[in-house]
Design a protein around this ligand. Structure first.
Ligand code: NI
Length: 260
């Protein structure tokens, strides 16, 4: 089975045909699926999806671009959700300096990133990290906050191969999705070359990031075989190897799923 580590099936772009899409994806050999929260509201809708489908699990967390919804009260609510057995990670959390250039906003992102890292460590859950144009600060905040005592995945990885190996050294995995199939994805291809297959996780970030030949359309997990084929080609292994090893990797990281 294909282990999908990062989806947003609660997104409004699935409002028309959400249940049909999820059923089709599951019938096509994708299971389990981690649906990822990005705000208080989408953590709520993610939990509802996980409640209704035995093979869908939840990540609870607030994305750096959505931290306006965080205060002590909502953070306490988020903390309480991590006790739900279907919550398997804290995420997506991190830093996004691409969308937010203001120094105050970036400082606030670092504050809530740290708080959510602390939460993950307290409740012994892995983290799903979103990091864009903030490589150095992401690494620094992680190092300053016991990042090596947590584990997790750097999702939709976009930095250098050298940086990826630094994250791996800290005990993290690297999330690879549709971007690896893009013609201009040379850096990510070099990253996949440099990484051991044992440190790669499969993801879509759907409805975003559809791989070639469907680039630009609404993505879903049935497109993961295109990503598998590309990784297999880069690593010189079979698609079956990629599927099996990445599934093992995800089971190791998201241990609440494998212990059920
Ligand atoms: Ni995402």
């Amino acid at each position: 089975m294909i282990f999908e580590t990062h989806a947003h099936y609660d997104d409004e772009r699935f409002d028309e045909d959400r249940e049909e899409t999820i059923a089709r994806v599951r019938a096509g050999g994708v299971s389990p699926i981690i649906n990822v929260g990005a705000s208080i509201e989408s953590t709520r809708t993610t939990l509802a999806l996980a409640d209704n489908h035995d093979f869908i699990y939840a990540a609870a967390g607030v994305h750096p671009s959505d931290i306006d919804c965080l205060n002590e009260e909502t953070f306490a609510w988020l903390t309480a959700q991590t006790a739900n057995p279907k919550v398997v990670a804290v995420g997506e959390i991190g830093l996004d300096y691409y969308w937010d250039k203001e120094p105050d906003v970036q400082a606030n992102q670092r504050y809530w990133f740290k708080r959510q890292l602390d939460l993950a460590r307290e409740v012994s859950l892995p983290v799903i990290i979103h990091s864009r144009e903030a490589a150095e600060d992401t690494m620094r905040v992680m190092r300053e906050n016991h990042g090596d005592e947590i584990s997790g995945v750097i999702h939709c990885y976009s930095y250098s191969p050298e940086m990826a190996l630094e994250f791996v050294k800290m005990g993290y995995y690297i999330g690879v999705g549709g971007v690896v199939t893009f013609k201009n994805a040379k850096k990510l291809v070099r990253t996949v070359e440099a990484l051991p297959l044992e440190r790669i996780l499969l993801e879509t970030d759907c409805p975003y990031m559809a791989p070639e030949p469907h680039r630009g359309t609404r993505n879903d997990s049935s497109n993961i075989p295109y990503v598998i084929a590309k990784i297999a080609e880069i690593k010189g292994v079979t698609p079956e190897d990629v599927e099996r090893v990445t599934e093992d990797n995800a089971c190791r990281l998201f241990s609440r799923i494998s212990s059920r």
